[in-house]
Design a protein around this ligand. Structure first.
Ligand code: MRU
Length: 350
C-alpha cells in the first residue's frame, strides 16, 4: 500500500513474472522490464537495472522463485540440485550489499525444508521478504524522525528510497517521516557521482512524492555544512559490521568526516538484514570496483583526457566512531561500537 509522500514501487511480482523499474533510464523514462529467468535477474542486478542493498536482496529472492520454477520443470524431483547454478549466479551479481546473501540464505532454508508445493512456498517467502522490508522501513522512519529536532536541514547521499528498497526507503524513509511530521526546513541531496543516484533517483522520488529537494555536487557538501544549513546527514548502508563500521555509496565517508568537523549529526539507517556480525570490522567488507569508463565518461560519452586512468570503487567504509546513531527496525544504536551492536543483535534473537 502506498500513501502520501510514498507512491513508488520498483519491484513488482505480477503473478507469473518479476517486473523491475529500469533505474538506468530514470528520470527521463519510467519503464518496467519483465523477467522470467533467474539468470536474467542476476544480470539485471549486475547492470544496475535494480540497485540499493534491500532492493537487491528482494529481487534475488524473487530470482530464486523463478529458478525453482525452472528447475522443477526441467528436473522434477531433482530440482534442488538443478537450482544450484542459478543460486550461484544470483550470489555473484554484486559483492558489497550483504542483503543479497542474507536473502539467498533465507531462500535456501526454504528450499531445504520445502514440502509438497515448493514453488508456492518459495513465492510466499519472497513476498514475505518484500513485505517485511516495507514494514521495517516504516518503523525506521518513525524511530529516525523522533531523533530529529523541528527546523532541521537534512543532507542525504545516494538513493535510499522506494527505488532502493521494497518501498518507502531507509534513510529516505526517515526523511519522508520527518518531513511529514513538519520537522524539516530543507532536504539537500548530493548528486552522487558517478552514477548520479542522487540527481537522477533521489531527486525524482522526492519530486514525485511532493517533498522539495535541493541538489548539490558532492564536493559542495562541506561548504553547505560550514554555512550551518545542515543539522543531520542521513544515509543508508550496504553492510554494517559487528563493530558498527558501515559500507555505503562512495562519498559517504567524506560526508561523515565533514559532518564530524562541522558538528553535524550523522545517522545511518538500515534494516537488520544489512548487519553482518560475521565480520569484525569494515576492513573485511568486499568493496565492488566498477568499470573505469563510469568515471572517465558521462552518459556514454568520454569526457576525460584520453590516456588517463581511473579508480572507481563503488563504496567506502565509514568507521563507527564517525557515526552518531544507527537506526534499525529493531531499535536504535547510539554511538555504535562492538558491545552496543552485539546488544542489539542479542535483543533481536530473543
Ligand atoms: O550502487 P548502488 O546504487 O546499489 O548503491 C546503493 C547505496 O549505496 C545505498 O546507499 C545503500 O544500498 C542503501 S539503500 C537503502
Amino acid at each position: 500500500m502506498t500513501t502520501q509522500h510514498d507512491t513508488i514501487r520498483a519491484i513488482v511480482w505480477t503473478g507469473s513474472e518479476l517486473q523491475l523499474l529500469d533505474q538506468r533510464l530514470l528520470p527521463q523514462r519510467k519503464e518496467y522490464l519483465s523477467f522470467s529467468r533467474a539468470a536474467d535477474v542476476a544480470q539485471a542486478i549486475k547492470d544496475m537495472v535494480v540497485r540499493g542493498a534491500p532492493a537487491i536482496g528482494i529481487t534475488a529472492a524473487f530470482g530464486v522463485v523463478l529458478a525453482a520454477r525452472d528447475a522443477l520443470a526441467r528436473s522434477g524431483a531433482d530440482w534442488k540440485n538443478a537450482i544450484e547454478s542459478d543460486l550461484q549466479a544470483l550470489a555473484a551479481s554484486r559483492p558489497t550489499a550483504v542483503n543479497l546473501f542474507w536473502a539467498i540464505k533465507r531462500m535456501r532454508l526454504k528450499i531445504s525444508s520445502a514440502g509438497a508445493d515448493p514453488y508456492a512456498e518459495l513465492l510466499a517467502e519472497a513476498q514475505r521478504i518484500h513485505d517485511e522490508d516495507i514494514a521495517a522501513n516504516r518503523r525506521m522512519g518513525s524511530y529516525g524522525a523522533e531523533l530529529i529536532a523541528a527546523g532541521s536541514g537534512l543532507l542525504t547521499h545516494c538513493n535510499t528510497g522506494s527505488l532502493a528498497t521494497g518501498g518507502y526507503g531507509t534513510a529516505l524513509g526517515v526523511i519522508r517521516s520527518a518531513y511529514a511530521a513538519g520537522k524539516v526546513t530543507h532536504v539537500f541531496a548530493d548528486e552522487t557521482r558517478p552514477w548520479l543516484q542522487g540527481a537522477r533517483l533521489t531527486a525524482w522520488e522526492l519530486v514525485q512524492d511532493q517533498i522539495p529537494v535541493t541538489l548539490l555536487a558532492d564536493s559542495a557538501a562541506g561548504y553547505l555544512m560550514q554555512q550551518g544549513k545542515v543539522q543531520w546527514v542521513i544515509v543508508g548502508a550496504d553492510r554494517i559490521t559487528a563493530n558498527g563500521d558501515t559500507a555505503n555509496k562512495i562519498g559517504t565517508y567524506s560526508a561523515a568526516v565533514n559532518a564530524k568537523h562541522h558538528g553535524v549529526k550523522f545517522m545511518v539507517v538500515a534494516p537488520t538484514s544489512t548487519i553482518d556480525m560475521s565480520l569484525a570490522d569494515g576492513s573485511a567488507i568486499p568493496i565492488e570496483q566498477r568499470p573505469k569508463d563510469e568515471v572517465l565518461g558521462f552518459g556514454g560519452q568520454t569526457v576525460a583526457a584520453s590516456g588517463a586512468d581511473a579508480w572507481n570503487p563503488s563504496f567506502d567504509v565509514t568507521p563507527a566512531d564517525l557515526i552518531d546513531v544507527i537506526v534499525t527496525e529493531k531499535g536504535v544504536v547510539q554511538n555504535p561500537n562492538r558491545d552496543r551492536m552485539h546488544a542489539l543483535i542479542t535483543r533481536c534473537s530473543q
